[in-house]
Design a protein around this ligand. Sequence first.
Ligand SMILES: [Fe+2]
Ligand SMILES: [Fe+2]
Length: 195
Amino acid sequence: MDLKEAKALARRSMGDKRYEHTLNVKKMAVKLAKLYGADPDQAALAALLHDCAKERPKEELLQIIRDNAIIAENAENRPTPVWHGICAAILARTQWGVTDEAVLSAVACHTTGKPGMSLLDKIIFLADMTSAERDFPGVDELRRLACRDLDLAMIEGLDQTIRFVKQGKKEVDPMSRAAYNDLVKTYYGGRVSHE
Ligand SMILES: [Fe+2]
Ligand SMILES: [Fe+2]
């Protein structure tokens, strides 16, 4: 699948607002890719695909997870808000003709991160969190930080994500905690952690 096809797929997979978000994520992802020496085309492709399953009904996402149990791992037991990234990666691999493992990984983990994130994984996670239309408190600082220190921005971004989920009394995905603890360990030598 090339970028033009991915853009057309994104356009027909979502409403106007989410499509605008997707184009903003693409812009930010390409900017970060150029800054940090990643491939801008891989970043653009992952960004265009990352939310392409988000508007599908929960039952359909669950079916995709069950039909692809091996690659979906234990996604069924993870919080439902993280399903759409995993499902987009499954559909990209099985139906949309995407073979680039780096792109598939970045799409799959864009909501939660994971331990041992690649440069592209980090770029897509942060581009999604700091795309132009985002306006949560602290987003400007996070946007600046993403351009200055990608790993520190990941730590801040995951910390905010985990706090936000906890505040909403929702279940924190174990992968977010694992990603946070892994990054902190690498960055600071493991002095802070999310239990
Ligand atoms: Fe998403
Ligand atoms: Fe998104």
